[in-house]
Every structure is written in C-alpha cells, then in structure tokens.
Design a protein around this ligand. Sequence first.
Ligand code: ZN
Ligand code: ZN
Ligand code: ZN
Length: 281
Amino acid sequence: MGVEAVLLGVAQDGGVPQAGCDCPRCRRAWAEPAHRQLVTCLGLADHATRQSWLIDATPDFREQLQALHTLAPGCALAGILLTHAHVGHYTGLVHLGREVMGARGVPVYATSQVADFLRGNAPWSQLVALGNVVLRSLTPGHEVQLSPSLHVTPVAVPHRDEFGDTVAFVVRGPARRLFYCPDIDAWERWTHDLRGFVEGMNVALLDGTFFSADELLNRDMSQVPHPPVTDTVERLAGVDCDVRLVHLNHTNPLLVPGTERDWLAKQGMRVGTFGERWTLG
Ligand SMILES: [Zn+2]
Ligand SMILES: [Zn+2]
Ligand SMILES: [Zn+2]
C-alpha cells in the first residue's frame, strides 16, 4: 500500500452546519447528520514505516484523528503540519494538551511566523512549554522528509495573514504528487501560474470556499477573499490532474447535488468527499 493521502474533511473553517446558522443548508445538516461536513483536513500515511500525519489541526481534530486511525490502522500519529493560523487550521491542537491527550513531543511543522505565534500566545505556548508538541520550522520552497518515501514542500500563498503567513503543501510520494491548497486570496496574486502548477501534479485539492462572487449576502466578501469556483474552474479547463474542491463555505451550493455540481462534473472536476484516498506510491 505504500504511501497514501486521505481526505478527512471538506468544509471551510466553521464546518457544516456552522455555529448559530439557520440557512437552508445548515438547517438540513442539523437535521440530517449525513449532510454534515468536517473542516478541511488531509491525512497522510506511510504503511511501511507505520506512521501517519495530519495536515491542519481543525476544530474537528477529535473525529479526524480517529478517522485516520481507522483508515490507516497501525500507523501512529508522527506529526501535524499547519498551513496557517486561522481558526479552522490550528485550533485542534488544544486536544494535545494536558486536559485531553497529554501528548508527548508531537512534531508540529509550521512556518517561523506561525511557530512564533504559537510559542508566544496562550494557550498554545503551554503546549510548547509542557512538551506536548515540538515545533519544527518550515521554510517555503524547502522540502521536508517525513519518511523515506514521503516528502512535503510548503509553498507560500497570499492569504490574510493576521497571525502569520500561509502555505499550501506539495506532498510527494514515490510515484505521485498531490497539491493541498485550502486557502488562498486570489490565484492572480500567487507567484505561480495555477494551471502550470496543477499540470505538474497528479491530484490537486483546491480552495473552493465560494461558488461565485455574490455568495455572501450579509457580509463584505472583500473582507474574506477567495477565488470563486467559477474562476478556478475556468483557469483549469481540461487540465490533466484529479482536481477536487475543498474548504467549502456553508453557503456554497456545491455542497448538495444540483445544477452547480452538474456543471462542475461537465468540467471534469469534483467536490472532495470525506474518506477519499489516493495512493502516492
Ligand atoms: Zn480556512
Ligand atoms: Zn449556514
Ligand atoms: Zn484562512
């Protein structure tokens, strides 16, 4: 089985349903648990070394760690990689502390800005002080070896950096490459060309937060910028790569079957699904 990646959630930071929300999609998800979506997260496993990793520690960390244990039995958690310090991507670290797991020395990989934020602010600083986690610094563009067959490269992406910068990850197994990019403000503000970059990958899990630019009726979308799915899909028409949209906001019509999903399928792309897995070699 070698090395594999498994998708452990596809929702934006707030999950589906979202706290306090009574919109039609959340109402349905409150009533029918099958329509709930965990926050976007990727699990990695190397079955040869019997190790596993999580990319992002989400508010659904509890369920996702358990799902990883079930999907990759015998592969112990060997580290957590963080894309950035927004609520949906790091707050699950609380479970490693003395009130819950009392973990010992779990490697947490983060950029130096995000590591400084964790080191300098409670309650995260306590995880470091008590040795629940050991911070390992990521430098964008520099590959890190997780195991003999598994390598990850953080890639800087433009995104609201209130508490630190943001990276996406290229995950490289012996035979295939996967790109994980849950949050980016705009493709045109990136230093890479999206299409060219994705053509170099076998799988791409991309920011699909909002379907269109007019989706947030009561909030100014310029405050929470993301490329609309319509823009992303247009840039990637016909690309030779398994593209999956992740990080869907609770307002996104792609969460349920309908005309938007049919349109996406016609473009050869899909919404990610919990438990979907890819062998990387
Ligand atoms: Zn996010
Ligand atoms: Zn809602
Ligand atoms: Zn974010």
